[in-house]
Design a protein around this ligand. Structure first.
Ligand code: ATP
Ligand code: MG
Length: 482
């Protein structure tokens, strides 16, 4: 068995790891068993991005949510009936905690009865085998993989396999989910699942998907890496109608989606990983008029505050564009300070949609020129320290001044920077010593190489010999005189 704990820890960001440890700790205090489940485990195994952490506990997560809130986590939504909490942990880590539950369908397609259960029952009631895997986070079995429906093998074969013949009848939204998962992962539907899928479509079960369920799928779609692949599948399967007839008629904004994806890749390269759900949603629905968009979202169960925020997004982006084209951001340093504070999803939206060249050139300069200079600023601080300037407010101000100068394209070389740093700090260059004085000092400092040492020793010996010979000769001469 591979070491899933090691895999997990090496794949989680530090913030995600902290969130996991906190959940583990709280579960242990409350005496609940806790597991990582669903999409998190699937993405971990397939090597996909771990966007969120889905936990399942054998107990009620509401107390955990209260404790987590005390530590700064935000509860995004809480379903008390389902005992399910969506959270934003510290450090912007998305996640959820759900109570393990079993679902019992009296008849296929009716509302299920819910019973609180063990993790194994919870895994078996899930939609597809690749989503029905868990990793234990409990002290005695940390890292153990629970895979009661053989999901690992389906992942290896690249197949989405439904867990029961009643899967689509019980929850027709799984028709959308099956295609979404398959498209996202480049998998196919397993052959029996495909048969069940076709049968469900023949019986027009897709028409019974509730708008709210379709809305949840649209939410997930807007967080996908490549939503265009999923939309194409839904469109080919005539399922787009279910999201909204207008979307099927006018088609998704594939061009806008592609523009945003290109920008997102660019942002990744520059070291940013923004959440782009709102601009992506706007791109998906970009062919709809404003009115049509708000009607569609409202039908899909979006709350009115959410709809308002989505509608206002382009207006806010326009305000930002105006600022970027205006006087207040004329100098690079002013533009930098302004852009630094804009949420990245607006930067992404403008880069994808704006045609204002002044705004665009500043945003591009920010990402590709100014940010790298900013990241190299610690070097300037080291250089200033080396000149003998003590750290403090004046020190920081000088570093910031050099940054502003650098954004204007100067102070690129270390020599140039040292000159500027001396000027700004008032630290003069030490006076140069005269050439004549220097030479003997240099000679004094000269360190002999081994070869030189040998030569010197030989010379000493020769001198000694010559001296001895000279003495002998002198002695002989002296003798002769006598
Ligand atoms: P994503 O990466 O989109 O978040 P996910 O698989 O985590 O993918 P969620 O919608 O967050 O999707 O659902 C979490 C888990 O809950 C799923 O992995 C699946 O096990 C289960 N689940 C979600 N919807 C259903 C459903 N309709 N029927 C059964 N199980 C479901
Ligand atoms: Mg999830």
């Amino acid at each position: 068995m591979p070491d899933y704990m090691f895999l997990l820890e090496s794949r989680l960001s530090p913030e995600q790891r902290a969130a996991m440890l906190r959940v583990q700790e709280l579960a242990s205090v409350l005496g609940f068993n806790v597991y990582l489940t669903g999409g998190t485990v699937r993405d971990l195994i397939t090597g996909a991005n771990l966007r969120d952490l889905d936990f399942t506990v054998e107990g009620n997560p509401s107390k955990m949510a209260r404790e987590l809130e005390k530590g700064g986590a935000k509860v995004l939504s809480e379903d008390e009936k389902l005992r399910q909490v969506e959270l934003l942990f510290a450090g912007d880590v998305e996640g959820s905690i759900s109570a393990a539950r079993d679902e019992h369908y009296v008849r296929p397609g009716t509302r299920p009865e819910i019973r609180w259960s063990t993790i194994m029952e919870d895994l078996r009631r899930r939609d597809f085998s690749l989503n029905a895997i868990a990793i234990s986070l409990n002290p005695a079995s940390r890292g153990l993989l629970l895979d009661p429906t053989n999901g690992l093998s389906d992942i290896e074969h690249g197949e989405v396999r439904a867990l029961s013949i009643h899967s689509f009848t019980n929850q027709p939204v799984r028709l959308l989910r099956a295609l979404r998962l398959a498209a996202r992962m480049g998998f196919k539907l397993e052959s029996r699942t495909q048969e069940w899928f076709n049968l469900a479509i023949e019986r027009e079960l897709q028409l019974t998907i509730t708008p709210e369920d379709a809305g949840e799928e649209v939410r997930s779609l807007s967080r996908e890496e490549r939503p265009q692949l999923i939309l194409k599948e839904w469109e080919e399967g005539d399922l787009l109608e279910l999201v909204h007839p207008i979307l099927a008629k006018k088609h998704p904004g594939y061009d806008a989606i592609n523009r945003l994806i290109k920008v997102r890749d660019d942002l990744y390269m520059a070291g940013f990983r923004p959440r782009l759900a709102t601009p992506m949603l706007l791109a998906i629905f970009s062919r709809l008029k404003d009115r049509e968009l708000s009607n569609t979202l409202s039908k899909l169960g979006y709350r009115s505050a959410e709809i308002e925020a989505i509608e206002k997004f382009p207006e806010k982006a326009l305000d930002i564009q105006k600022e970027l084209a205006g006087k207040k951001t004329k100098t690079p340093i002013d533009a930098y300070r302004y852009i630094e504070k804009i949420p990245m999803e607006y930067v992404a939206y403008l880069l994808a949609e704006s045609s204002n060249s002044a705004a665009l050139s500043k945003l591009k300069a920010f990402l590709h020129k100014w940010r790298p200079v900013r990241q190299a600023l610690p070097i300037v601080a080291t250089e200033l320290e080396a000149l003998g300037m003590p750290r403090g407010p004046k020190f920081d101000q000088i570093v910031q001044d050099v940054f502003a100068i650098q954004l204007n394209g100067r102070a690129k070389t270390p020599e140039e920077r040292v000159k500027i740093l001396r000027k700004l700090s008032g630290i003069k260059e030490p006076p140069k010593k005269k050439e004549k004085e220097k030479k003997p000092a240099k000679a004094e400092k000269h360190v002999e190489t081994p070869a030189e040492k040998k030569a010197a020793a030989a010379e000493k010996h020769a001198t000694h010999e010559r001296h001895k010979a000279g003495m002998k000769a002198a002695a002989a001469k002296h003798k002769g005189k006598k």
